[in-house]
Design a protein around this ligand. Sequence first.
Ligand code: FBP
Length: 547
Amino acid sequence: METSALQKERASYQPKLPKALQGAVKIKEGEPTQSVDNHDEIKSLFPNTYGMPLVEFVPAEEQAALKINVGVILSGGQAPGGHNVISGLFDELKKLNPENRLFGFLMGPGGLVDHNYIEITEVLIDKYRNTGGFDLIGSGRTKLEEEEQFEKGLEIIRELDIKALVIIGGDDSNTNACVLAEYYAAKKYGIQVIGCPKTIDGDLKNDQIETSFGFDTATKTYSELIGNIARDCNSARKYWHFIKLMGRSASHIALECALQTQPNICLISEEIQSKDLTLNDIVEEIATVVASRAKDGRNYGVVLIPEGLIEFVPAIGRLIQELNDLLAEHGSDYKDLDADAQRAYIIEHLSDANKATFETLPIGVARQLSLDRDPHGNVQVSLIETEKLISEMVAMKLQKWTKEGQYKGSFATLHHFLGYEGRCAAPSNFDSDYCYSLGTSAVQLIANGKTGYMAIVKNTTDKAENWIAGGVPITMMMNIERRNGEMKPVIRKALVELDGAPFKAFAKVRNKWAKETSYIYPGPVQYWGPSDVCDQTTRTLALEQGK
Ligand code: FBP
């Protein structure tokens, strides 16, 4: 494999570990836990993995050598740092006993079911230390939820003498990890399942998980690009740039990038939902900023749009709910019809209010909302060109205002989607250290006999040596939600909190950013140099922790 100069240098970076994980480790158990809601239902669904205590690792005098083979799965979208979770797993397993083996199941959870795997060796892992991407073993979105899959997986687990599986994934994958842990525990198979919190979206966080890995690097990468676009914008002074940012549901990525770059406008889906705004209201707000900047001679600007926006516009959200139910109950009646017949079928079956919303959407967008879902039932918002939809609607509004004599200016637009280019960037120092610590913690959870836990690392705005590592029972983060027309136990997704410090910091200054030109140009992620530059956490994390 030919590698870049950066990759060669970066290979020798030794990720930092919390003090408690640097030598022999023992655990300190806390009080029994409860789920965030629906206690009785979650308890009855997870009788073997409910109520377990939080655990924290503390230094020990010594730790007995243990023979454990582990299987690892990368699940869902890529996030910078995945390879470091695996190198953390590898190094800690070998530290406990050089005979221990690590197997990687290929291309996501499907690899377990189909028995596709490789053994991760020293030579192999050395090529992937501190690199972005998930290409060491690949990832996939196969949903692990059927008993048949669990039993099929067990065959290869037994064959390879695997004691535990580590599933590196987002909220849905970790929910499934918990279902699998419960199943293996109920059957007394003696197989442990541990999760690790991954997703650039930043929505797998709560009182126990401070941030999901990848969010730090992805937002720094996007912020570099937004800064570059903003500088071009402020140099040419002739374009409005509409930039859609990845992040399926929550707007954490857009908000973080706004805090790092200070664009003229940043939409926050959660605010739009709470104010019950329509698409027209959003368009009017943007057009008002465009018109006011035009009055000051500024026919240019930068607008950030979270990719999940469309689902949060309340009328469209209600439509999606009904479409989900329709798809679950009658999908087979219309999935194979041609596009026109599908549209007609859907219109005929929708309630009047949702029918009206459906009919006003551009046909392509309506089709994506009504049909395309990922295996977890999510609308594939990355594929919807919201940035174009909105800028076209703003242009129409401005034309109307021009005719009415309310607006005089030019509105030339350019569109960007920042998504996939941020998911596999070389992990920042933060993500390199954080992920390595998560991998190390996962092995310690296994070594201490835990199952149905997620590895966690806290106090992450402090120096890595002061981080606190441990584990949280996955059931503690669960509640019951409606998914694909059914009530299901799931990990509660963290949305942007409108009374949280990051949003408040943004709301305080956004009017100034809209009027003036206050762009900040963060530049590329730095791996060496002053700590201020290369070890900075995200603004979100710093503000959440009062820093
Ligand atoms: P995960 O939740 O699996 O980490 O994926 C996040 C994400 O990058 C979203 O931001 C995006 O909407 C989606 O994946 C895109 O999915 P795909 O890679 O299947 O196109």
